[in-house]
Design a binder for this molecule. Structure first.
Ligand SMILES: *[C@@H]1O[C@H](CO)[C@@H](O)[C@H](O)[C@H]1NC(C)=O
Ligand SMILES: *[C@@H]1O[C@H](CO)[C@@H](O)[C@H](O)[C@H]1NC(C)=O
Length: 471
């Protein structure tokens, strides 16, 4: 009797396991169009409501395509994969076991999304849109530990480099400690040299500029991995300290730079990485804000004549109602010690300020060529258009309303509660108009429980089958 019931349950658990695992390992095939690069050669017919049968057919076609795909991209299109705000959490001595397990599983959930999408689409650029971690109030050792999880569990990168950084910056307890006085001395030395000389060609000092970089480490990988600063990584300008900046530079690289591609062709384009948390004040360390503006001026001096992909964290100014977040800027109130030194400083912002937005758009998109801005921050995602209205002002709208415009995509978060999204940007050079066209699509996965279910049901099935040996 019991044996029979257990056996039935084992079959049932096996069936569920198979279904759940097929789902999580083929999920992009359920949304083949959203989960592929925009294909300019394919005739995309208008897809009204597909019948169930058509959907099933589409699913199997996509799986078949994946099976046979050579993956070698034969087009000259640019393919960028963007992940919004992973915000990975940490554990404290009092964190309950259930939350610890949740945090542990969440790393692998995010890693699953990355693996699936990376293998399916072989991007040229992978970028994480800031808020890599959930808090700017963590110590250096915890910052290093989370970077290690980010590297090994989520993005499968070589951890040797961060271990080296740790060995070079170790405290008495054997933990990583950011050497901020050394970093700060060097930063201030460069800043004052650049400010005294006041020449445009000092970008070599800060090392802002690159050209034709396909990978930071071509021996290991054939794509470019870009980290963006978020308010939870370095803080808003009222929070950002030398310690924040040092450890970000140590473990994630520079916060401001540009990479120019195909400069001497008919179709130049560039990537601009901007730390837009440090554009406005009042700042705790106003010199950081100075450095960001120096970066923007040097970038503008390039008089680059191609198209720009801007990667940054906080979205540009827009009126209430266009996106989930409306404008909201807060300052630290007048409080008693120990935080009184922050009184009046910038505490948080949903968007950049209106005049700062105009200035930045003017400096980066001065040449009037179409471009695209990718941001993070609001988790819900949004698409807007910045239309050039007069020589110096831009206005955000839902649709294109001007000849000169730039699209802004706020990439929906990759966190489970937002369904584990991947943003896909395709850049296609249109030889009829001689401009780059940038398109975006969002590929959703599923809430984290679905992933958990697939893993747990497998354990249950194995356990039930093995228990049959004993009943
Ligand atoms: C970081 O990880 C190391 C090694 O596992 C551990 O000794 C240390 O306590 C961790 N740091 C924090 C703040 O938990
Ligand atoms: C971004 O961070 C990862 C993890 O530390 C690192 O492997 C990668 O090289 C960084 N990217 C840049 C541009 O420094």
């Amino acid at each position: 009797m019991l044996r029979c019931a257990v056996k039935k349950f084992a079959y049932f658990a096996t069936l569920l396991t198979i279904v759940a695992n097929i789902y999580i390992y083929t999920y992009p095939s359920f949304h083949p169009e959203q989960c592929s690069w925009n294909c300019s050669t394919k005739n995309t017919t208008l897809r009204g409501d597909l019948t169930l049968l058509e959907k099933v057919k589409e699913y199997f076609n996509d799986i078949q395509e994946q099976w046979h795909a050579s993956h070698a991209s034969d087009s000259d299109d640019v393919h960028i994969m963007a992940f919004g705000d992973p915000q990975i959490k940490g554990n404290w001595p009092k964190t309950p076991y259930v939350s610890r397990l949740d945090t542990y599983g969440n790393d692998y959930y995010l890693g699953h999304i990355y693996d699936m999408m990376q293998q399916r689409l072989k991007p040229q650029v992978v970028t994480v849109m800031g808020d890599l971690f959930s808090s700017q109030w963590i110590g250096d050792s915890e910052f290093h530990n989370r970077t290690k999880r980010y590297i090994s569990r989520i993005f499968k990168r070589d951890p040797a480099f961060i271990e080296r950084v740790k060995i070079e910056n170790i405290d008495e307890e054997g933990q990583y400690k950011a050497n901020w006085s050394k970093w700060g001395d060097r930063f201030n030395e460069i800043l004052s040299t650049v400010q005294q000389n006041d020449t445009a060609n000092e970008d070599s000092l800060f090392g802002f500029g690159y050209e034709n970089i396909q990978s930071w480490n071509p021996d290991l990988e054939d794509f470019l991995f870009i980290n963006i600063t978020g308010n939870h990584d370095v803080g808003y300008s009222g929070d950002a300290t030398y310690q924040h900046m040092t450890r970000f530079h140590d473990l994630f690289g520079k916060d401001n730079y540009w990479i120019e591609y195909e400069t001497n062709t008919t179709h130049p384009w560039r990537i601009v990485v901007l730390n837009d948390l440090l554009l406005e004040g009042p700042a705790l360390q106003p010199e950081f804000v100075d450095a960001t503006w120096i970066f923007l001026k040097q970038l503008n001096e390039r008089k680059f004549n191609g198209s720009t992909v801007l990667l940054t964290h906080v979205p540009f100014y827009k009126r209430e109602g266009l996106c989930y977040d409306g404008p909201d800027t807060r300052y630290y109130p007048d409080v008693d010690a120990p935080e009184s030194y922050k009184t009046g400083l910038l505490r948080s912002q949903n968007h950049l300020g209106e005049s700062v937005s105009n200035e930045v758009l003017n400096l980066i998109f001065e040449n009037g060529k179409p471009g695209i801005i990718l941001t993070g921050h609001d988790h819900e995602g949004c698409e807007t258009v910045y239309n050039k209205r007069s020589p110096l002002t831009w206005e955000a709208t839902k649709d294109i309303e001007s000849n000169i415009f730039v699209k802004e995509i706020t990439v929906k978060s990759m966190m489970g509660e937002f369904n584990g999204n991947t943003g896909l940007v395709t850049g296609h050079f249109n030889t009829d108009t001689m401009t780059w066209d940038w398109t975006f699509s969002l590929c959703p996965f599923a809430i984290q429980h679905v992933w958990w279910f697939a893993k747990v049901s497998l354990l249950v099935a194995i356990f039930t089958w093995s228990s049959l040996l004993f009943v």
